[in-house]
Design a protein around this ligand. Structure first.
Ligand code: AHR
Length: 354
């Protein structure tokens, strides 16, 4: 009797271990979190507290079996933009008609892949994923396809056979880079020497690849533009600040600073001020279009912000409805986005939704 009870106990512990995602293989060394309230506000990120903690409030919020089970695998909580992206999905799927599960990818592709395998095993109806990097998705997308689960890629793209997923919703990152380059050439001209430092996003992400190639494609046509350095700050405020310090220590002739997101721009501005310099003495170009960045434009600290639209939840929902109704949808769905020079900031800041 005692032995049977012990065996039962061991079995229960084993099953629970699997359920909470505590497998011992390397890809599961970071716990896959299923939770419904991970959002930090954009102002948390601007003030630098956004990356510090994660809100671990529990499991999926609705387990009624007659509702569509939608699982969303996010990259991480790296920026105010990301908070707005997460919030948009939460607003769309977090109440009412869906059983919605949010997974924080914790900045690791292996965590995202493990999460996707878990959602496949748990027979979700639809999986939405924001991939951290473009490469390395074929195998797990193949598993979802074999299980008959539609996958919608959001934000960044994947380099994979497009028959493996239903569609992608996101930004034209190369156009964002091109828009930034065109604005710079129009604003700073084609004669005076312009030395540029660039703070790139996470290496291998579509946002980093597209913004870099689009921007360089434009300015490389002009002899007066020279990139002194271009390194990754990982879309992170603290890393951006550190990188800016290195740039300021190395170069005393910087004219233009390009930062691949607003989050790093906040770090850049802080660093410049701490070094006793004035952000207004540089041309600062940023991406995302957060309300906080508009405030920085009004203060004279950013010169132009190229929008990247995170409010993708409603588009994803309408695509899910079409896909499940058997309709064919376009493989690539681009969000609408604009370019905002500082001169527009005062009028526009009140309209910003993130
Ligand atoms: O992929 C979109 C980028 O990722 C945003 O520019 C950035 O802020 C985010 O973290």
């Amino acid at each position: 009797m005692r032995k049977r009870r012990l065996a039962l106990l061991i079995l229960t512990i084993f099953v629970l271990g699997i359920m909470v995602g505590c497998g011992s293989d390397a890809s599961m060394s970071k716990k896959v979190e299923l939770r419904d309230n991970p959002v930090k506000s954009a102002s948390d990120y601007a003030s630098g507290t956004g990356n510090a903690t994660s809100n671990d409030s529990g499991q999926n919020n609705n387990t009624s079996s007659d509702k569509l089970k939608v699982g969303f695998i996010q990259t991480a909580n790296e920026s105010g933009w990301r908070a707005a992206h997460t919030q948009s999905m939460q607003d769309t799927f977090g109440s009412g008609g869906y059983t919605y599960t949010f997974v924080d990818g914790q900045g690791e592709q292996s965590v995202q892949i493990s999460a996707m395998e878990k959602l496949i095993d748990e027979k979700y109806d639809v999986i939405v994923i924001a991939p951290i990097v473009e490469d390395g998705w074929d195998e797990v997308l193949g598993k979802a396809k074999d299980a008959g689960i539609p996958v919608i890629i959001v934000d960044r793209m994947v380099k994979a056979d497009s028959s493996l997923y239903s569609c992608w919703v996101g930004s034209d990152f190369a156009k964002e880079g091109t828009d930034a380059g065109k604005w710079l050439v129009e604003n700073n001209g084609t004669t005076e020497e312009q030395n540029i430092v660039v703070l790139e996003g996470t290496i291998g992400s579509s946002a980093q690849l597209g913004r870099k190639s689009g921007f360089e494609g434009v300015i490389s046509a002009y002899d007066n533009y020279k990139i002194l350095a271009s390194e990754s700050g990982d879309f992170d405020k603290a890393k951006g600040k550190e990188l800016m310090k290195k740039y300021l220590d190395t170069y005393n002739d910087i004219d233009v600073i390009v930062t691949h997101n607003d989050n790093m721009a906040y770090g850049v501005i802080e660093c410049i001020k701490e070094e006793g310099k004035n952000p207004a003495d540089y041309t600062i170009i940023s991406f995302d279009g957060e309300a906080n960045a508009f405030k920085e434009m009004i203060a004279g600290n950013i010169d132009v912000d190229v929008e990247c639209n995170p409010l993708q939840g409603p588009t994803v929902e309408s695509l899910i409805k079409k896909i499940l109704a058997g309709e064919t949808v376009d493989k690539e769905q681009y969000m609408e986005e604009g370019v905002y020079p500082a001169s527009t900031a005062k009028d526009e800041v009140a309209n910003r939704k993130y």
